[in-house]
Design a protein around this ligand. Structure first.
Ligand code: SF4
Ligand code: SF4
Ligand code: FES
Length: 206
């Protein structure tokens, strides 16, 4: 096994070549927050679109912060996971995600079991300083699943689950920018898609 040595928060450790900063940090007992990242370890399947940027870290010699879930460790790399720059960036990222999220935690079925809510608590985000357009996508109601896309953070875990694990292929990312959604082809309702209502997409939705 080829390995690389790197330093993270002043700890020097050795990991298998190809390991991401996020997974290497876990090995070192360092907790980096994540949101879009998801792994099914037993099946060696990972969802790492690198889209949410909640996991950013500082890598010495790089101008921009790097997403820990999508950046592989290299020999001699020096990483900082808890500098003021990193903590401020993560907080801003979370505030921006929440700025386009319905403020209805009090009546939301996921409240208390919501990774976004937990992250907001963990980072001490209580108010959103940004105001902008809010998504107003139609709700898609099928016999057993309601897709309320206004709450979607585009982590794409559901897409990975439906395509790579269940191999049904009912979901994919469509549209761009603010209009981007994960939906059945041609934005048809789930009821008209090949969906089998296995519920696995719901189980991994943060
Ligand atoms: S419930 Fe439907 S859309 Fe969701 S993973 Fe199963 S088959 Fe795919
Ligand atoms: S609906 Fe899919 S893409 Fe949106 S938050 Fe849930 S798992 Fe992520
Ligand atoms: S968890 Fe790394 S970019 Fe989302």
């Amino acid at each position: 096994m080829e390995t690389v040595r790197f330093t993270i928060d002043k700890k020097t450790i050795e990991v298998e070549k190809g390991t991401t900063i996020l997974n290497a940090a876990k090995k070192a007992g360092i907790d980096i927050p994540s949101l879009c990242y998801f792994s099914l370890d037993g099946m060696k399947i990972e969802n790492k679109p690198g889209g949410c940027r909640v996991c950013v870290v500082e890598v010495e010699g790089r101008r921009n912060l790097a997403p820990a879930c999508a950046t592989e460790v290299t020999d001699g790399m020096v990483v900082r996971t808890n500098s003021m720059r990193v903590l401020n960036a993560r907080r801003t990222v979370l505030e921006l995600i929440l700025s386009d999220h319905p403020f209805d935690c009090l009546v939301c079925a996921k409240s208390g079991n919501c990774e976004l809510q937990s992250l907001a608590h963990r980072m001490g985000v209580r108010e959103i300083p940004y105001q902008g357009a809010q998504s107003t996508y139609r709700k898609d109601t099928s016999p057993s699943i309601i897709r309320d896309i206004d709450k979607c953070i585009m982590c794409r875990r559901c897409e990975m689950m439906c395509n790579d694990v269940q191999t049904v292929g009912a979901l994919s990312a469509i549209n761009r920018g603010f209009m981007a959604v994960v939906a059945p082809a041609f934005e048809m309702n789930l009821e008209k898609s090949p969906c089998t209502y296995c519920g696995q997409c719901v189980a991994v939705c943060p």
